[in-house]
Ligand binder design. Structure first.
Ligand code: ADP
Ligand code: MG
Length: 420
């Protein structure tokens, strides 16, 4: 085996080993629910890799070395963005400065340039498909190699042959592709794990909902009936007040039980064609009194076209939209505006509900739809509303995308298949 390949193989180990560590770290984070761990590992793993690669490079000649540090560097920037990447840049430059030699200037050119390029790419990279990610990471390595090549041609009178450059480039690109592949599979396995655990929780709730709710709702209804009767006949004011309080509490309990019942039967039982504009309009009318209590205005805009029909069950669809609008109103206790809009896109209707409320963190957005997830006080929130909404909309073939910014507001985008 060629000497370059042999020497650089040790570098490959330094790249793969921290990745294995990252996988373990993800597991620990998942099991013990340590939120800070994931974030910091985006920096720590590449730092370890870079440090090890630079400590055991392939020495070419006085002041010049080859190693694979560019791979953890580029991956760190692409996955972590510039905020995490800047640590890596500072580390690489400092380390290379200490080693000294003309290679330092080549490093400055290559890594500063690549830092800018990958910082710009990072937000797009995270959303790319697997194939595009592989392509992009391969291309970024290629560009970084080109910069290094040109810089070293200008700054040094080295005696490196083209074959050596080709060999170095090939190794770099192959290792980069393998590293990206591993990063992707680690990410994927954890998204699947999170989905499975969410689905498990939903299943437990679903069983509970189906078995108990009915049995509880009927006695609640008769209790309420009797209390109402007593309330009407009672003359003692103090007792009347107690009774009215009991009725309110019973109503709250019934509402929760109803949530469970709707959830257990989220699938439409008798589907009909729903004129979506009309349905949403009715929901807004129901919610307006609640909104005006906290000074919230609801605006509604409709696009042209009479084709805006979806298939579903009237009551359930309205409930689904109502829960989302209710949350939007509740997110703005000091008032504000809820904007409801509709757009027709291909064969889908995009229904958007935007508020200017307190927003959510990424972690909170990920937990939406999970049973009992609420940030509200016990008397205000049950954490069942969105679970119900999501299951109804998903059973209608819909998809929900939530974007939120803390302190700025939240956007719910509901994509529903249009009925032609
Ligand atoms: P609940 O409203 O009973 O708390 P939901 O399932 O309706 O339960 O909502 C779950 C949580 O999601 C809420 O407690 C809130 O923290 C968050 N949430 C939902 N919608 C919004 C929104 N528009 N703005 C901010 N937070 C929201
Ligand atoms: Mg709610």
């Amino acid at each position: 085996m060629d000497l370059i390949t042999k020497e650089l193989l040790i570098n490959v180990l330094f790249i793969l080993l921290p990745m294995l560590l990252m996988h373990v770290a993800y597991f620990i984070k998942y099991i013990y629910n340590l939120e800070w761990l994931k974030e910091s590992w985006i920096v720590i793993c590449p730092l370890i890799s870079i440090g090890m690669c630079m400590s055991f490079p392939f020495s070419l000649q006085e002041g010049l070395t080859w190693d694979l540090r560019r791979i953890p560097f580029l991956l760190g920037f692409l996955y972590g963005g510039y905020r995490h990447g800047l640590f890596l840049l500072a580390f690489v430059l400092l380390f290379r400065y200490i080693i000294s030699g003309v290679g330092f200037y080549i490093t400055v050119c290559t890594y500063a340039g690549m830092a800018i390029l990958t910082s710009v790419l990072s937000p797009f990279f995270i959303k790319m498909s697997f194939k595009m990610k592989m392509l992009t990471s391969g291309l970024t390595v290629l560009i970084s190699l080109l910069i290094t090549y040109i810089a070293s041609m200008i700054m040094t009178n080295n005696n490196l042959t083209d074959i050596m450059w080709i060999e170095y480039s090939l190794i770099s690109i192959i290792v980069m592709l393998i590293a990206t592949f591993i990063c992707e599979s680690i990410n994927k396995s954890f998204t699947i794990l999170e989905k499975v655990s969410k689905a498990e929780k939903l299943e437990v709730v679903s069983h509970l909902a189906a078995s108990i709710s009915h049995e509880v709702r009927n006695p609640l209804a008769s209790c309420k009936g009797f209390i109402q009767l007593s309330y009407e006949k009672e003359e003692h004011l103090e007792i009347k007040e107690y009774l009215s309080f009991s009725i309110k509490e019973l109503d709250k309990a019934t509402e929760i039980i109803n949530d469970y019942l709707i959830f257990a039967r989220a699938a439409p039982e008798k589907t009909e064609n729903l004129f979506i504009f009309e349905e949403v309009y009715q929901v807004i009318e129901i919610m307006t009194p609640l909104a005006s209590r906290t000074n919230v205005q609801i605006s509604f805009s409709k696009i042209e076209g009479d084709n805006l029909y979806v298939q579903g069950e009237k009551k359930k669809f309205q409930q689904a939209v109502l829960n989302i609008i209710k949350n939007a109103i509740e997110a703005m206790p000091a008032g504000g505006k809820v904007t409801v809009g509709m757009v027709e896109k291909l064969d889908f209707i995009h229904l958007t509900i935007i508020d200017q409320g307190k927003g959510m963190t990424k972690k909170q957005v990920n937990r939406l739809g999970e049973p009992y997830f609420t940030t509200k006080s016990k008397s205000n929130g049950t954490g069942l509303g969105l679970m119900v909404s999501f299951s109804i909309l998903q059973k209608m073939g819909g998809e929900i995308v939530v974007k939120s910014q803390e302190g700025k507001g939240t956007q719910f985008l509901i994509k529903l298949p249009m009925k032609k």
